[in-house]
Design a protein around this ligand. Sequence first.
Ligand SMILES: NC(=O)C1=CN([C@@H]2O[C@H](COP(=O)(O)OP(=O)(O)OC[C@H]3O[C@@H](n4cnc5c(N)ncnc54)[C@H](OP(=O)(O)O)[C@@H]3O)[C@@H](O)[C@H]2O)C=CC1
Ligand SMILES: N[C@@H](CC=O)C(=O)O
Length: 442
Amino acid sequence: MRENISIGLLGLGVVGAGVAQIIENHREKLIHQLGSEVNVKSVLVRDPEKIRNIDKEQTHITTNPDDILKDPEIDVIVEVMGGVEEARQYILQAFSAKKHVVTANKDLVALHGPELQEIASLNKCDFYYEASVAGGIPILRGITGGLSADHIQQVMGIVNGTTNYILTKMDNEGVSYEDALMEAKDLGFAEADPTADVEGLDAARKMAILGRLAFSTNVDLEEVEVSGIKNLELADLEYGNTLGYTMKLIGSAKCKDQKVEVNVQPTLLSKNHPLADVKNEYNAVYVYGEAVGETMFYGPGAGGLPTATAIMSDVVEVIKHIHLGVNGTQVTEPRFKKELMKADQRFGQYYLRLHVKDEVGVFSAVSSLFNELNISFKRILQNPIKKHEVAEIVLVTHQTSLENFNKSLNKLKDLNVVLDVKSYYKVEGDVTSEMARTTETL
Ligand SMILES: NC(=O)C1=CN([C@@H]2O[C@H](COP(=O)(O)OP(=O)(O)OC[C@H]3O[C@@H](n4cnc5c(N)ncnc54)[C@H](OP(=O)(O)O)[C@@H]3O)[C@@H](O)[C@H]2O)C=CC1
Ligand SMILES: N[C@@H](CC=O)C(=O)O
């Protein structure tokens, strides 16, 4: 048994500092669990002059990656610097030097995860990335460990802390979008460039990773349909509230008969839906497995210490493997060759807000258009708005195919009484699973 395991940290920001703090504060627990002392030997940073809460006697701070990647005493690299290409190059160098790698970098894993996993395996190295999805929630191990023997059919969740924080503050406290985003940045939840958070790309990266692991098939980032929260209007949050819904940025991945659909979109959730109560930076991921049924994982989705906890769970796994001499998991081929689900195979309820002419007969023109497509309404609100001769119609449909709903949008644009299709969003009812939903609809 090795008495000492040395770690090299690439990055000492929000997450890196959390990792150093846990290693320092939980030293005894780690020794008890692993039989070895764990220490952070060196840390790579951009700015060596920054004041940092780390013992410089114990830990060497450097701007030269070779100090870490070429140090034979370092066994495990923890990559928490972010970015894609530079991080990928350092990780490849680490594998060549037979070092194990743990990362929180979902941008990198979503784009290059399968390639890196394969190279790790060829080098008999471990490559883990628990922290890349849903911060402190052990969701990847939940899927690849706890539910590994099940056929997972659906994964649905709130997987971005920043947007959930913004939506909670806007909805519950009336804070403006800009102020809420600023708070999320100050609290260390947002990415260095928060565009990826608010445009849904961060959640899309996480959903690609979740889809791959849940369905044991390849899911490419470009196959994930994405829309973010940047263009949300307060009016839709307010109408949502009136109708009994809460707006959330929801990631969804479904797999049926080897057909897969993965998307991220603002969604109006019934206030009774289990994800509707997930607030602030908290995340929750609902997983439906054929054998297990419904499961849900909940916890902090962003922030230094929660994310560092997930990283340390990977580090502990790596060190256990070092002691057993079993590093480098075998890579398995995708279990099946998937197809993407087509619009006529995807079903849902939809919220729609229209600006129409404020005149007699408009509502019946709109309803007959939906009637022709066999789309019925669950809820309707009709409001004259302040602008002269303009009225607003807000409706929620019953279940229909995406193909059918798209047809209704095209036809509405051609209807002369419709002035503007202001917004439309997916709606989720009280239950989470497709299976439970089918029963509810019947
Ligand atoms: N923050 C969070 O809640 C979560 C973050 N993540 C992921 O974890 C990773 C780190 O995030 P976070 O800690 O928030 O990021 P920060 O921006 O807080 O920290 C980044 C760190 O990496 C260093 N760094 C960045 N680029 C380079 C470079 N080219 N060369 C050397 N050092 C570099 C920075 O150095 P310096 O200090 O000198 O600027 C800094 O110490 C990202 O991949 C992020 O997506 C994952 C889950 C949650
Ligand atoms: N910016 C991300 C950080 C964690 O992955 C988020 O807000 O979820």
